[in-house]
Write a protein that binds this ligand. Structure first.
Ligand SMILES: Nc1nc2c(ncn2[C@@H]2O[C@H](COP(=O)(O)OP(=O)(O)OP(=O)(O)O)[C@@H](O)[C@H]2O)c(=O)[nH]1
Ligand SMILES: [Mg+2]
Ligand SMILES: [Zn+2]
Length: 378
């Protein structure tokens, strides 16, 4: 439905009782929207707030979700209504626009994630001073499947870039990088790769190994930063890359996402933990995502480390469209719906044989395809 059509149905809804009834049913449907259905269908697509809020829309304020702890969302007040005179309790300091307040959410606001713009009303309760009534449609979202592959889990919304952070220890896994790349590409979110802890470079072989791992990503023109949060290598380059973008650090636990953030924002001092001696794996120090504003403009979300990343809502046959280096060859395959797995006269496999496509990327494609097929059969 176009925005115009939506506005039409909305004003129609206000005119007659029957119309209002239709509106309520609409609200019910919207309330059950899956996270990926909160996406804008075009750049100008906007939420029809009347579907969510019966009161006067001028009572609403708009804010950005910057963190969450249980039922409480911390929301940075950006625009819209101000609290009425006498709203603040004696033990509270009146908030200025740009400041952050705790909010709780009613039904439709409960799916809000970091990076969401939310509509809230000023309302004092035990836990909060705002009540989120609706989530503005998202430009994009980074979504993965939950551990069982049954439900979508939205990690963050309205992103300009996903920085996949890996490190020399625990060692980088191209499979995880490729899954993030696919999830970002689905939503047309730019990506970057950070290789942290370069202070741990052991020897020449180690360097060669890494150069090989990163080669396919260089060929895809993905920004790659070699960094050390410990010694400051690459920090100025990263600062420059983050300006005026809303970006998120993602990756395995213990790769140094929070350490990089602490290095970027002096005085921040968020908790980091020692990598366990026994397993070399991180300890999952960061438990919730948080959005930080950067001095030179731009916002950065630190997220908890993950073990694995399952793609959500991806039919296996669509996966090939997100391995962008396959695309120029795919049109030359004998079969127009070639999966590039086993078909004869496959131009992608020919390109692979001629080393025009990196073997690790192709192998990851096959692996992810198999996983998606398994899930589809479940
Ligand atoms: N040698 C070295 N160690 C680092 C570097 N960056 C971080 N570390 C160490 O790596 C460990 C994990 O760092 P964190 O910043 O907590 O990692 P994280 O990615 O935020 O982990 P989660 O919050 O669990 O996802 C800590 O012991 C850091 O001191 C680095 O550049 N070099
Ligand atoms: Mg962390
Ligand atoms: Zn093919």
């Amino acid at each position: 439905m176009s925005k115009q059509q939506k506005q039409k149905s909305r004003s129609g809804g206000h005119k007659s009782k029957r119309g209002r009834g239709r509106l309520r049913r609409g609200a019910h449907r919207n309330a059950r929207r899956e996270p990926h259905e909160l996406l804008k269908s075009s750049a100008t697509d906007q939420l029809v707030i009347a579907d969510y809020y019966d009161g006067d829309p001028s009572e609403l304020a708009l804010g950005l979700v910057v963190s969450r702890r249980g039922p409480v969302y911390v929301v940075r007040w950006q625009s819209g209504s101000s609290p009425k005179d006498g709203f603040w309790r004696e033990d509270q300091i009146a908030l200025d626009q740009g400041g952050a307040l705790p909010c709780i959410a009613r039904r439709e606001g409960k799916g809000a994630v970091i990076g969401d713009f939310v509509y809230f009303v000023w309302e004092q309760s035990d836990l909060a001073q705002g009540l989120i009534v609706a989530i503005e449609l998202r430009d994009n979202a980074l979504v993965r499947a939950d551990a069982l592959g049954r439900r979508p889990q939205t990690l963050a919304a309205n992103l300009d870039r996903v920085w996949v952070v890996s490190a020399l220890d625990p060692p980088p896994k191209s499979g995880l990088i490729d899954r993030y790349l696919v999830a970002a590409h689905v939503n047309k979110i730019d990506v970057g790769i950070i290789l942290n802890k370069v202070d741990l470079f052991m020897d020449e072989d180690h360097v060669d190994e890494l150069a090989e791992l990163l080669a396919p990503y260089r060929a895809l023109h993905i920004p790659i930063l070699l960094m050390s949060a410990l010694e400051g290598d690459g920090l100025e380059e990263l600062r420059g890359a983050l300006v005026d973008e809303r970006s998120v650090f993602v990756g395995h636990s213990g790769v140094g996402k929070t350490s990089l953030l602490n290095a970027l924002i002096p005085g921040l001092d968020e908790a980091v933990t020692e990598v366990s001696e026994a397993t070399g794996k991180g300890q999952h120090t960061t438990t919730t995502s948080t959005l930080y504003s950067l001095e030179k403009g731009g916002e950065l979300i630190d997220s908890p480390g993950i073990r694995s990343f399952g793609l959500w809502d991806m039919p296996p046959e669509q996966l090939k469209d997100h391995f962008t280096e396959f695309i120029p060859y795919a049109s030359q395959c004998h079969f127009h719906n070639c999966t590039h797995l086993h078909e004869p006269q496959c131009a992608v496999i020919e390109a692979l044989d001629q080393d025009k496509i990196h073997i690790e990327r192709y192998e990851n494609y096959v692996r992810i395809y198999d996983d998606l097929l398994d899930e589809a059969e479940d």
